[in-house]
Every structure is written in C-alpha cells, then in structure tokens.
Ligand binder design. Structure first.
Ligand SMILES: [Zn+2]
Length: 215
C-alpha cells in the first residue's frame, strides 16, 4: 500500500530501486496536488515500463476519480488514459469510515485543512498488529491526542518552524502539545525549508529514502 502519491513519488521509488508493481493500492489523504498529483506518472509507468495486469485500487476522498482523470488528461491525453491496460478501482472514503487495504485496517477521520471536500487523517493497523497514525495535512487538532494513544508511530506533518499558516502544524505548536501525545514514536514529515534547515530540533524528521520499522 502506497500512502500518498505526490509528483516525486515515482522518481523516489526508482531512486530507492523499489518494485513499482509491488503496489496494490494507493491511499490518499486529500485532493491537493502534492498528495495525489503523481498518480498520472504511476499510470504511465504501468502502461509503458512495468506492465501492470492486476487492478490498482485508489482510495481517498470523494472526487478523487474526477481529479485523477483531469490531471491525467492535462498531462497526457484522454486517448492515452483510455489505453491503460489495467483496471482502476476507486474507493471513496468519508470521515468515520473503516476499510481494509492490502490487509491493513484503516480508520479515517476528518482533519482541519483547506482541501475540498475534506481532508482525512488515518489510523492504520497492519496485519501483524502494528499501528500508525498519519495526520495527512492538518492544522493541530486535539483529535491527534486521542488517536495517537498507544500507536507505534505517529507520522505527523510539521510544515514550518514558526506559525505561518492556519492550515498546517508548526514546530512551536507541536512542542507545546508534545506531552499530550502518547505515541511510541513521533516522526515529522511534510517539512518546509526552515524545518529541514534547522539544527537541534527536539523531534525526529523524516527524510527521503528513509526506512522505518514499526516495533
Ligand atoms: Zn494540503
């Protein structure tokens, strides 16, 4: 299961020498381009490079199917879209929904962000009972306190060092909330340049190509 598919995902997978055909499903948190804009490139990979014959499941908020088609049409053409040689199965997810993807049990909840129709965070439980919370893109919400309780990993967005925008979490805010979180490990992602360039931060930062084991 691929979690989010931004425009650089295919390039990142190639760099890491990952098998693109190992993906059965893609889980998207919200309809902003940096989270789903790479799906068109995945389609091209499956049609012209690593031939896909099995269905690809795309799961995310309502509207994902229309937006994926619109992006593909803009980047390539409808004709090429019609020639894709594998089935695409869409699953619409709404806040409160539970679903199973690639044997992972997933719970969706709404988070405060600016995407239409809404933005989702996910609590994911793997077949071997490891748990992960993913914020998606979100402002701080107390829902993370409850949902992070006992999870092995909280993959939390942290866009900026200082408060800059009301639709993302910032480092100062997270520091203030840290003691309320009860996850076993907190890993920050969706990092802006000021976060990546800062020294001696009190949290662990995700990096491209990073491998994380849930224990
Ligand atoms: Zn966003």
């Amino acid at each position: 299961m691929l979690l989010e598919c931004g425009p650089s995902v295919l390039a990142g997978m190639k760099r890491a020498k990952l098998d693109t055909l190992a993906i059965d499903s893609v889980l998207i948190s919200h309809l902003h381009g940096d989270h789903f804009g790479g799906i068109a490139y995945l389609f091209m990979e499956y049609t012209f490079v690593a031939t896909r014959t099995t269905p690809l499941i795309l799961a995310g908020p309502p509207g994902l199917e229309e937006r994926v088609f619109a992006v593909h049409k803009a980047l390539y053409s409808e004709k090429i879209f019609r020639r894709l040689n594998f089935e695409i199965e869409y699953i619409e997810i709404r806040p409160g929904d539970s679903l199973t993807l690639a044997d992972n049990e997933i719970e969706a909840f709404e988070v405060p962000h600016s995407a239409e129709p809404f933005s989702l965070g996910y609590r994911i439980e793997t077949p071997d009972d490891r748990t992960m919370l993913f914020s998606g893109d979100s402002a701080w919400t107390d829902a993370f306190v409850e949902k992070s309780r006992g999870v092995d990993l909280f993959l939390c967005e942290c866009c900026t060092l200082e408060p800059m925008t009301p639709v993302h979490i910032n480092y100062r805010e997270l520091l203030a909330q840290r003691d309320r979180l009860q996850c076993k490990r907190l890993l920050l992602t969706h990092l802006g340049a000021d976060m990546r360039g800062a020294s001696s931060l009190e949290f662990e930062l995700a990096q491209d190509g990073m491998s994380v084991e849930l224990v």
